[in-house]
Design a protein around this ligand. Structure first.
Ligand SMILES: C[S@@+](CC[C@H](N)C(=O)[O-])C[C@H]1O[C@@H](n2cnc3c(N)ncnc32)[C@H](O)[C@@H]1O
Length: 443
């Protein structure tokens, strides 16, 4: 009998590593099948999935030399069972080796790969007997199981200490942060045994120190939302307007803050993906008809200059969220950045046409790559001289004066999150995902 946590972890890993799917591990770990597990099993399934993906490059480097022919092409099931077993042997002291090995063999058998069970058994036994590696790999990429091209470009763009901080942050469970959306939320969570700490920057954010907020009444009733603090900050920076367009809105974390901050406004939430927009519509159903939902390709929008606030939280490589989505490091190739950048330029240029004179547009990504960030903004502004950038420092100062950013947060952001007039949160330097934001206006 295979432990339910290992069985589900194996299925998720197999699904995520199948190159034909774009499924994200964190979404799959919110599946009803996983929610039905006991709290302990769910925690183990999460550790197994995230840990195996985070350390996959290192695990492969240990597994491959133990194969009779290190370049052998393994079936996805055998490779996944080996990685899952190796992760437990190398990283989880509390799992007995016989359980890690035996269940990987059983998972291989159950996947119909009877002929591969001997190989999985032999390789994992050899790995269990070998002394635990103690030497630290010489490169940053090797030490933190990242592709070399990514770690090297972060070192080039942000310096070696920041690149090390990003890589180290990616290898740890991402912080769980919530947004308080009801005056009684904190008391309700405390009564449910959830331990909270203040957010690092925002007065309405709280860091979850212990407890499963997703299983509380406050969460079910919509009194809190789970949202990274960098993501909350971008929506706070967008600020206030009366006619608002959120051009790439789903799953709606930032839209919810725009709704909360602009009780009188008319808001259009658009996204190219109908399924994601429908799920967002259900989540925001309490907003009634204040939010209009539109399935729309933001790159092909033709707009009247009627919006005084536009949020363009564009699709991107997501390299600022690898702690949450560890598989991004395998799916992304250096050549993909040019494709992302082209699409981002088209979306930003189209969105600018909807901006009323004096209005504000926030362009944001969760990417650490300049090609998707400042280079997009610079290229679009060069081609559209009637728009200009507003320095973020003034906006952060205004949020601090209004109390939306607390004093320690203002100091941390001023010291670590400003770069060339834009917001640039670096994971590991700040305790949140890596977000970029620039504010543009029509002059
Ligand atoms: C980074 S996510 C947005 C996250 C969202 N703003 C939030 O805070 O929850 C990018 C979104 O852009 C959508 N998207 C991708 N290409 C698009 C396009 N051409 N036009 C509009 N939306 C697009 C994706 O479906 C995805 O939902």
């Amino acid at each position: 009998m295979i432990a339910p946590a290992r069985s589900i972890a194996f299925e998720i890993l197999l699904y995520v590593t199948d190159t034909d799917t774009n499924a994200h591990s964190d979404e799959l770990l919110r599946d009803p099948q996983v929610n039905a597990l006991s709290a302990q099993d769910r925690a183990l399934a999460t550790t197994l999935v995230m840990g195996t993906l985070r350390w996959q490059l290192q695990l492969d480097a240990h597994i491959r030399p133990l194969l009779a022919r290190p370049d052998t092409k393994l079936s996805p099931a055998a490779e996944t069972a080996l990685r899952l077993g190796a992760f437990q042997l190398l990283h989880l002291d509390r799992i007995p080796p016989h359980a890690a090995i035996g269940e990987s063999v059983e998972l291989t058998r159950r996947a119909g790969e009877h002929f591969a069970t001997g190989l999985v058994n032999a390789v994992l036994r050899k790995l269990a007997k070998a002394p635990k590696p103690t030497a630290v790999p010489s490169s940053l990429a090797g030490e933190f199981a990242h592709p070399a091209w990514l770690a090297e470009r972060w070192a080039r763009n942000y310096g070696e200490p920041a690149a090390r901080a990003i890589c180290a942050f990616d290898q740890q469970p991402a912080p769980v942060t919530i947004r308080l959306a009801h005056p009684e939320a904190e008391a309700s969570l405390a009564a449910a045994g959830i331990e909270l700490a203040p957010g690092d920057f925002l007065s309405a954010a709280r860091r979850v120190l212990s407890g499963d907020v997703a299983r509380t009444k406050a969460f079910r009733d919509g009194w809190i939302r789970i949202q990274d603090e960098g993501s909350q900050l971008v929506a706070e920076l967008a600020g206030q307007g009366s006619r608002i367009l959120d051009a790439c809105a789903a799953p709606g974390g930032k839209t919810a803050i725009l709704v909360e901050r602009n009780p009188e406004a008319h808001l259009t939430a658009a996204d190219i993906n109908r399924r994601r927009l429908d799920s967002m519509r259900r989540n925001l159903s309490a907003c009634g008809d204040r939010v209009r939902f539109a399935v729309q390709d933001a790159a092909a929008m033709t707009l009247e200059p009627e919006y005084d606030l536009i949020l363009c939280d564009v699709p991107c490589s997501g390299t600022g969220t690898i702690a949450r989505n560890p598989e991004i490091r395998f799916r992304l190739a250096a050549g993909d950045l040019a494709r992302h950048s082209q699409r981002q330029r088209r979306i930003l240029a189209a969105a600018l046409t909807g901006l009323a004179p004096g209005g504000r547009l926030v362009y944001s990504t969760c990417s650490l790559e300049p090609e998707e960030n400042e280079q997009v903004v610079d290229a679009v502004l060069a081609a559209h001289p009637s728009y200009e950038r507003i320095p973020i420092s003034a906006e952060l100062a205004a949020l601090a004066v209004s109390g939306r950013i607390h004093a320690e947060g203002a100091a941390a952001l001023a010291a670590h999150a400003l770069r060339d007039g834009c917001l640039r949160t670096i994971p590991g330097i700040l305790n949140c995902d890596g977000f970029f934001a620039a504010i543009l206006t029509r002059s």
